[in-house]
Write a protein that binds this ligand. Structure first.
Ligand code: 2P0
Length: 350
């Protein structure tokens, strides 16, 4: 029997992934780019044990056992990691070296998020990244993160980006088998320490439309989506340049524009998908007012929203105090929590 525990961070996209060209292999219709957050407050923690004596693979999510038999995405991650382990075992056996046949053992997976699951806070990203990273450690797989990102991608698209810290691009790739659809690090977590992220939990309710279902409805029904796919490649290049130059003005404007366009294609989906609520829109207005008040006319903060109403605000460190005060003043609420965080995120454990 062998047991391993690891944690994985959440990532928040500044150029959004929305739409698949292959739903089985989870191949996207555009490149995306995200910032990996610190694990201090938001993370998934996964423990996996493999034992000969277990009767089958089992999963406990946030303390409750889930039916794993129909979870195809998890099976993809098991299958891919076991296949690599099996090749290592076969090689060792051929060389006459002793090795535990872990690839043949059933596994028990226990995973928990320390934040609301499925409320648009990227829980599938950290959850599936933690699963694949923990399996890799359990099976002693070579730790090429881009290689592992191809496996995590088959668990949940956005999970591939959580395998790296800092600023991470998911290259959509061109191949039909997904071999070139992987995550790469644009800049490490140490690159831009002045940039911080504030996560505003507007609602911790489970979202109405899952990303998986919503994005394919968009692909099938939104004429605006074709326009978005023309715009994203230029934005990816501009965003990489902004990050490498630590140019917050460009980073912030691109981030807000991309979030707005993502929610525009959601509205253009038929029937429409609404992820934002009045509080989300109120926070957007507040950030624009705050930016308008800037003495030199420069952007001081940028919002972004995923498949839920919760806001993530990126800003240079020196503005964060003011932003928190403004949000606390205009949006007081007993059920709201405001997380003040940096952007240093890396995998942990094992
Ligand atoms: C993103 N989102 O880039 C975008 C922005 C939501 C809005 O990645 O079907 O949960 O598992 O591949 O990864 C959410 O999509 O979807 C997502 P699947 P996933 O972060």
């Amino acid at each position: 029997m062998k047991t391993v525990t690891c944690t994985a961070p959440v990532n928040i996209a500044v150029i959004k992934y929305w739409g698949k060209r292959d739903t089985q292999l989870i191949l996207p219709t555009n490149d995306s780019l995200s910032v990996t957050l610190s694990q201090d407050i938001l993370h998934s923690k996964t423990t996996i044990s493999a034992a000969k004596e277990y009767s089958g693979d089992r999963l406990w999510l946030n303390g409750k056992e889930e039916d794993i038999t129909k979870n195809k995405r998890m099976h993809n991650c098991f299958r891919e990691t076991r296949a690599i382990r099996k090749a290592v075992e076969d090689k060792a056996a051929a060389a006459g070296q002793p090795i535990e046949l872990l690839s043949t053992y059933p596994v028990h997976v226990c995973s928990e998020n320390n934040f609301p699951t499925a409320a648009g806070l990227a829980s599938s990203a950290s959850g599936l990244a933690a699963l694949v990273f923990t399996l890799a450690k359990l099976f002693d797989l070579p730790s090429d993160m881009s290689e592992l990102s191809r496996i995590a991608r088959q668990g949940s698209g956005s999970a591939c980006r959580s395998l790296f810290g800092g600023f991470v691009a998911w290259e959509m790739g061109k191949e039909a088998d997904g071999s070139d659809s992987k995550a790469v690090q644009v800049a490490p977590e140490t690159h831009w320490p002045e940039l911080e992220a504030l996560v505003c939990v507007v609602s911790d309710a489970k979202k109405g439309t899952s990303s998986t279902e919503g994005m394919q409805n968009t692909i099938q029904t939104s004429p605006l989506m074709a326009e978005r796919l023309k715009v994203v490649p230029g934005r990816m290049e501009a965003m990489k340049k902004a990050i490498l130059a630590k140019d917050f003005e460009s980073f912030g404007e691109l981030t807000m524009r991309d979030s707005n366009q993502f929610h525009a294609v959601c509205l253009d989906t038929f029937p429409p998908i609404f992820y934002l609520n009045d509080t989300s829109r109120g926070i957007m207005r507040l950030i624009h007012e705050y930016n308008r008040s800037s003495p030199d006319g420069k952007i001081k903060a940028a919002y972004t929203y995923d498949a839920g109403p919760n806001a993530v605000i990126y800003a240079p460190k020196q503005n964060m105090r003011e932003i928190i005060q403004l949000i606390a003043h205009y949006f007081p609420g007993t059920d709201s929590d405001y997380y003040f965080k940096d952007t240093y995120g890396v995998l942990g454990g094992a």
